[in-house]
Design a protein around this ligand. Sequence first.
Ligand SMILES: [Zn+2]
Length: 439
Amino acid sequence: MASAHVESAESGESGGDKLCEEQRQRVITQKKGGKVEPSDLYKLAQLTTRWAPNKDLPVCLLCQDVSKKPSQLGHIIPYSVLKEAKMEECWDWIRGAVISVKNMGYRAFCPDCEKRFGAGEKFLNPQLFKPFNSNPDNRITVQVQADGFPWLYYSLVSIVWRAMCFIAHNADFLAVLECLRGYLLNWSGPKETEQMNQKTKLFVFAPNTEIENKAEEDAVRVFFYKTFHVRFGGGPTEAARSAWVFCGPLHIYFTYSVDIPKDCELTPKTEEFAIEEKNKRFFPVEMYDEIVKWGRQVLSSSLQLPGAVQSTELDNKSPIEATHLDILPKDVSYNPVNDQFEFNTQIYKQECKPIHHAAFKLVKVSRGRKEKILFIAIRRALKNGGHIAMALSIHGKQLSYLKGFPTDAMKKLVVRVNLDSPPHLDKIVELCNQYGLLE
Ligand SMILES: [Zn+2]
């Protein structure tokens, strides 16, 4: 039914930084009132990730005690592990940027809660990761309890939880986050661990011979050996609310429902945990395709690739087809769900109302005093139905890519789109003239 009202032409592109600041103020107000809503704090955590990664959270994410304040940078994947993996920088999938591993964390936990994490983490690298990483083909066994404290279980739950706190759409799994938080905060002995274990399962995998044979392509091997990341929800198995944490060569799988061999399962009661030698290991191969499918999507939508891939490994390999293509600076993103650009309004000033024309969306912005830029999204621009989003410089009546775009890696990833000049440039110029955007 047609509405009698004329739809408002206002379609304010969202300033992610503004949303983040508003959410921060909401949390600060709650803090003054003595109690913070967990859902608001999680929402702030994921906005902070994207828009203010160097800022302190006003309240500690774990204890949420309004009298305590996060102060230092806390890593998601323990720094000792990242250092052991000899990584100096890492592709942060969530932030969409390559960052130094030293900075791969957030100011989100108070000193008391950092101590809680530290109680398990102090064993993690020396006892598990280091011996495994130094010879990842061999069998190792590890005593994973210390004076009744299941340090490996506790550490891995804490890594899963911390990583999940910062990913977009964390509101979709609030109950899971709160379950893990309760465990981490209140652990005092076997009672809590038993309750936790009734709701969740935790597994640890390492790549085996079968996976290695399948993952011959170097771009794919990255997901089994070099990626430090978390992925939550949907797959790899359908039913479960599950999280995969990629921790270099160790993969942590966390879920609510399971059907996986017991010998990979880490329970709070596990006293000795073994990672078998490579050709005797179990890896859920049915999940392999899901990981690879997801990985390819992530790769194809990324502006840059992990350092390790970028240099040589993609050379002489067939390009990966993009599901969508964002030729955008890292402080700009396009959301195809609501057809909106999100950008840092401190940097980009919107010059006029967005233009919608058929599959095209155009937003003119300025950067600094002189620079005029056009954000363009074209829905269904790729043969597989995916969109292209670009930022182009306006020079008089001319449009061209921003300096440095598209990257060589992007060109390799996309098939059937010629990126020598911006796709659909003639049509874009025509629309710009029609709507007076080049004046
Ligand atoms: Zn705390």
